[in-house]
Design a protein around this ligand. Structure first.
Ligand code: NDP
Ligand code: A1CAB
Length: 272
């Protein structure tokens, strides 16, 4: 893919995941800079991926063709203010922040940005990311294409037509790895109670999760309910487990949780 110089402003969990995936996919480490105030954040990135790091946001952003805003939403305004003096006309800005809209980002950087909002997730680290992208129709096709290729280098992508769709991407993908981790944690805990060691319990759970996910991917024409039915023998053990989940209204709980994620993103849009 096109090798533009990229500055990640913020070098935390999500920036690291994208950087790792990018470098593994062949993106030149020399073209990537990441910024963070603490050396403890920067040094492992420089060491592990061979990228440049600095605590100077202004110089990193000034030297870059592409600026990825990757700080916590509550810090975004403070981080953007000193960058207002830059000329953004030839730069592409990608924001991965949840709960900060395009209009607000234009306001924070005091200009009309060439902007793509991206909502990635941490499996980008291993090239298995799922990212949602939004750009206004005014964005030039080259920038649109670059943002898409960048995120494709670390996983799958899905464009949304309306900016509000980014909040639904958060609910379905950005936050979603945590839901699966939570489910696996609960399973591991119970497997331990049933007599397995922590390692055995983890292996049982992770291999089942991996196998299930890979079966979903390998059978694109089979719906999820059918895959579930194939495990569920009539009058058998799975049926009892599923009945228990249904009794506890698992689907409703999942729906509630996803709506709570959207509501929080909407709330953050007002706060920051
Ligand atoms: N984590 C996730 O799964 C996802 C996160 N996001 C979004 O990504 C963004 C970052 O989240 P996440 O990576 O989890 O957060 P982290 O807290 O892990 O990372 C934030 C980073 O910002 C750095 N930082 C703090 N202050 C400054 C500053 N003044 N200038 C430059 N960098 C600064 C921190 O450095 P230091 O440690 O030195 O303070 C840290 O490296 C958020 O906006 C979030 O909404 C989006 C999708 C998924
Ligand atoms: O929890 C958060 O706010 C961020 C956005 C999606 C995943 N992590």
């Amino acid at each position: 893919m096109e090798q533009r110089s990229i500055a990640f402003i913020g070098a935390g969990n999500m920036a690291r995941s994208i950087i790792a995936g990018l470098v593994a996919s062949g993106y030149a480490p020399d073209k990537i800079t990441a910024t963070a105030p603490s050396p403890a954040r920067r040094e492992p990135l420089a060491r592990d991926y061979g990228i440049h790091t600095t605590d100077n946001n202004l110089s990193a952003a000034s030297d870059a063709d592409v600026i990825v805003l990757a700080v916590k939403p509550q810090l975004m305004e403070e981080v953007c203010r000193p960058l207002q003096i830059l000329d953004f006309s030839g730069k592409l800005v990608i924001s991965i922040a949840a709960g900060i809209g395009a209009e607000r980002l234009n306001e924070m950087l005091a200009t009309n940005l060439n902007l793509v909002r991206v909502m990635p997730n941490t499996p980008s680290l291993i090239g298995k990311g799922m990212s949602g992208l939004y750009a206004s129709s005014a964005l030039n096709p080259n920038d649109r294409q670059f943002a898409e290729s960048l995120m494709q280098a670390v996983g799958e992508v899905c464009w949304v037509e309306q900016e509000s769709g980014i909040n639904s991407i958060i609910a379905a993908a950005g936050s979603a790895p945590a839901y699966f981790f939570l489910f696996m944690e609960a399973m591991q805990e119970e497997a331990i109670k049933q007599g397995f060691s922590t390692e055995q319990a983890r292996k049982l759970v992770q291999q089942s999760a991996l196998g299930a996910a890979e079966m979903v991917v390998a059978n694109p024409d089979t719906d999820l309910a059918t895959l579930r039915a194939q495990v569920t023998s009539k009058g058998g053990t799975t049926a009892e487990a599923i009945r228990t989940f249904n009794e506890c209204q698992l689907s409703d709980t999942v729906a509630k949780a996803m709506r709570a994620a959207v509501s929080r993103a909407e709330e953050m849009e007002k706060l920051f």
